[in-house]
Design a binder for this molecule. Structure first.
Ligand code: ATP
Ligand code: MG
Length: 448
């Protein structure tokens, strides 16, 4: 039955040897976001289809071609979220967060679903880290979320990412721009792809975002949105740039960035890499001052970004960046005989209650096979229990890296083991030149 052992095209499994890397990306994203005052929000994987049609915009590729939409058993049209913003805005409105003090800063880690042609950096199920900031039109907020993305990349050590910045103005200044684009593209209509011909009357800015090479060539010489900004939008854009300057964040203005989603206004930006092939945009974001109203809520200026974690992972791997090592077993207790096996179970349980990764034999292996397995696990220490250890209440703890052995009392075991393993870790830190002036005896044996 080959179907049952094959995952769906464009989806990926994360196996145990990789999952700690994902956890690292996710945890550090949340930590950086928290330092910027963003709190995590979790929304459902599916929503009413209309939310995305309205929220993402029905002239976008995402809505026109890429959504996983189906009727549920109640005949409602449901869509797996293709992106995170629409659901977060829906949640913000539904729960009246607009009544809370502004700005409301939310962040999320989420899976997204798009029916696309799978290739490197382009999947049908992918994951995003995103932030949304509600209730401020101030340019300082635009710079703040850009700084957040930048700090995350810097924390991970990612190099060679370009920040490309643009302003696509507001509804008012875009009227003239749309007309200019319409005139420009109409004169070249016969060279555009059929989708772009359709876009011509509905939303000519989408043509600037088309991936078909012929359309891209025509778009390169199209009128630039920055030449059409009204005074307010121009001043806003200049302020964003000043704040970025104050935060020492380099950028280039790229008037051809319009972003794929309909709801953006004013600032739009992308972090782009040249080292992971065609799918080089790792993070994209901007303002969407009109979206809350579009979805039936009060006028709420807002902005955010979404960062593709698979592309970030590809980039980090292509740059050979380090990930923390996966956590391994601290202590493996091998045993011989039934009584010793039960003692091993008891000690391992006590260690685990103290937050230590400890293991014992649950397969029924011989002592020799247990030790071999402990090696495979990469256990830091091992301990062998047999009848004589049970009788004497003492056993030999072996450091698997140095080969050193230490006698330990089983009665004072969890505390003793922690003291020994922490002093080993401190030794490693001292080797690295860290000052570790800690009195371990006081830490473990003084109750006052
Ligand atoms: P692209 O132009 O590459 O199609 P997009 O404009 O559709 O990107 P957004 O909707 O802005 O992308 O999503 C934000 C980020 O999510 C992207 O910059 C990218 O890192 C990631 N992303 C988008 N689509 C995919 C996908 N199909 N597979 C993997 N990552 C994706
Ligand atoms: Mg896309």
């Amino acid at each position: 039955m080959p179907l049952l052992t094959k995952s769906i095209k464009g989806t990926q499994d994360v196996l145990p040897q990789e999952s700690h890397k994902w956890r690292y990306l996710e945890q550090s994203a949340l930590e950086v976001a928290e330092n910027f005052g963003f709190r995590e929000v979790r929304t459902p994987v599916f929503e009413h289809t209309e939310l995305f049609q309205r929220g993402v915009g029905d002239t976008t590729d995402v809505v026109q071609k890429e959504m996983y939409t189906f009727l549920d058993k109640g005949e409602r049209s449901i869509t797996l979220r293709p992106e995170g913003t629409a659901g977060v805005v829906r949640s913000f409105l539904e729960h009246g967060l607009f009544n809370e003090p502004m700005p409301q800063k939310l962040c999320y880690l989420t899976s997204c679903y798009r029916y696309e042609k799978p290739q490197a950096g382009r999947l049908r199920e992918f994951h995003q880290f995103g932030v949304e900031c509600f209730g401020t039109a101030d340019p300082a907020a635009d710079a703040e979320i850009i700084a957040l993305a930048k700090q995350y990349f810097d924390f991970l050590g990612v190099r060679d990412l370009r920040l490309e910045l643009n302003s696509i103005g507001c509804k008012e200044c875009r009227k003239d721009y749309h007309k200019a684009l319409h005139d420009y593209f109409s004169a070249r209509k016969d060279k555009l792809c059929p989708t772009c011909v359709e876009r011509l009357d509905r939303n000519p800015m989408r043509i600037l975002d088309c991936k078909v090479p012929a359309c891209g060539e025509i778009a390169a010489d199209a009128p630039k949105v920055t030449d059409y900004l009204c005074d307010d939008c121009r001043a806003h854009f200049e302020q964003v740039q000043k704040y970025l300057g104050a935060m020492d964040i380099p950028f280039t203005v790229n008037p051809s960035i319009v972003r794929g989603l309909d709801y953006y206004s004013r600032t739009v930006f992308e972090f782009v890499s040249s080292s992971i092939g065609a799918q080089g945009t790792v993070c994209g974001g901007g303002r969407y001052d009109g979206l809350a109203e579009e979805l039936g809520g009060p006028h709420t200026p807002a902005l955010g970004f979404a960062l593709g974690l698979e592309r970030l992972m590809l980039l980090m791997e292509s740059q050979g960046l380090p990930f923390p090592e996966a956590e391994t077993c601290s202590l493996y207790i091998a045993s011989m005989g039934e009584a010793a096996a039960q003692k091993a179970a008891e000690l391992v349980c006590a260690l685990r209650r103290d937050g230590i990764h400890a293991e014992f034999d649950v397969v029924g292996r011989s002592v020799k096979a247990q030790m071999k397995f402990a090696n495979k696990l990469g256990a830091d220490f091992t301990l062998v229990l047999g009848d004589s250890e049970l009788e004497s209440g003492k056993a030999v703890l072996k450091n698997m890296k140095s080969g050193e052995t230490t006698d330990v009392e089983l009665a004072s075991f969890p505390g003793d083991f922690m003291r020994i393993s922490i002093s080993e870790s401190l030794k490693t830190l001292e080797d690295l030149g860290v000052d570790t002036n800690i009195d371990l005896n006081a830490l473990f044996y003084n109750n006052d």
